[in-house]
Design a protein around this ligand. Sequence first.
Ligand SMILES: [Zn+2]
Length: 520
Amino acid sequence: MKDLAEVLNDWEAVIGLEIHTELTTLKTKMFCSCPIEHGAEPNTHTCPVCLGMPGALPVPNKAAIESIVLAGLATNCEIEKHSMFYRKNYMYPDMAKNFQTTQGPVAFCMRGHLTLEVDGPGVEERHGIDDLSEGDTMENIVKTDYGYAAKVGITRIHMEEDAGKMIHVGGVDGRIAGADHSLVDYNRAGTPLIELVTEPDLRTPAEARLFMQELRSTLLTLGISDCSMESGSMRCDGNVSLRPRGSKTLGTKTELKNMNSFKNLHDGLAYEICRQAEVLESGGVIRQETRHYEPATKRTITMRVKETADDYRLFPEPDLAPYDLSDEFIESVRKKLPELPRQKKQRFMEDYGLTRDDSITISNDVELSEFLDKAMEIDSSLATQVSNTLINEVMAYLNQNNVTLGETKITPEGVVELCKLIDNDTISSKQGKTVFQEMVETGGAPSKIVEDKGMKQVSDTGLIEDVVKRIIDANPDKVEAYKNGKKGLSGFFIGQVMREMKGQANPKVVNKIVTDELEK
Ligand SMILES: [Zn+2]
């Protein structure tokens, strides 16, 4: 099979995404007052409404409507004042009502967009970028200094409810094939979900991944979901079709499921694009079907041949009145909009002078952004040092230990103090790493740790000079080689000095004295 770059030379991929997000931060379900709780004893959070008992009537959750309007405003959607719910009919044991309550073509949020900033290796996946100069436009993209910006349309964000959870027992990997019986847990039935549908504006797997990342950090900032791709509270399906470069006709698309990480989303789409190219180039046709991505084998396999909207017999939900959102309601939600990641990124660059890359990394994380802002209130002159510590030390620690910042003993005061100690040469940056470790474990103040461990950095030139001279005298052959042109040997002398001084010498001072002495 050809690789992605080769395929994209001849073919244009047309990709659209459908992203489901559970509103996990709400207290109760969409149409009843059952609590939403992950990991609760199966079938303990149910009632006649979410079990579909005859005569039970749904009552919409106002907080859920607020959440979807918030999501719409944050993604530049127009808020549709008049919309309604429909019944999407199907029979499956995880849906006790035999229909899912969902919205039709007119949803609460319509016609939005997100602008993606594509940089790094992702730029190479977009065909024709190399031929553009900064500021040039092509379709929905603009060439920029970092790569390109792509405006991706959002068709709508609609509200629906989740089904229960099926557990297949006895099969391989919990799959239904080969199972001898199945269990149903209705705790999840009726959990509010929002589904975002994009326009088919995406052209590469890298753009699809970036869209998902941008949306996830936006929804996390809104605080309406924990957006866990791992546990499934945020799920992404992709539609992909190919057409020969230059053609405007859409090819037959397949729908991809089970892309439950950013990497799987990228790799699944990349595989599917290459697979379709191979089928088309050998004279075959693409079947409209749903395919399942298998991360272990990095392949997609047929799941089912696509059903159409007609099969579901969507019809208006008679138990729920059509919605009529007031201007006051929409404005009250707009007032709750927090600063969004893309706005934070811009502010970090302008106010703190951070690089674009660092600003993106920190602004995509709600906790790190708040932490940075607090640290900057304490001392804004150390912005770069604090941001480096956040990215190199703090994030690494959080990832390694799988904890959140709030669960650690790391404080803005501590990090600012640590940066100050390194900045004024009290300790070396290497010693800084040791102090950081100690700080994380004990929660102690960096200056106290430095004092207790006797870690102060030696910048006394007289003391360092003595050591340098001793080492130079002990290695006449290396001095000779240095003078004959092997300048790289200065590193040997610096290393020896640092070792002798147990890493406590100021590297800048050592460097200068070693060079001065060798050049004598
Ligand atoms: Zn219920």
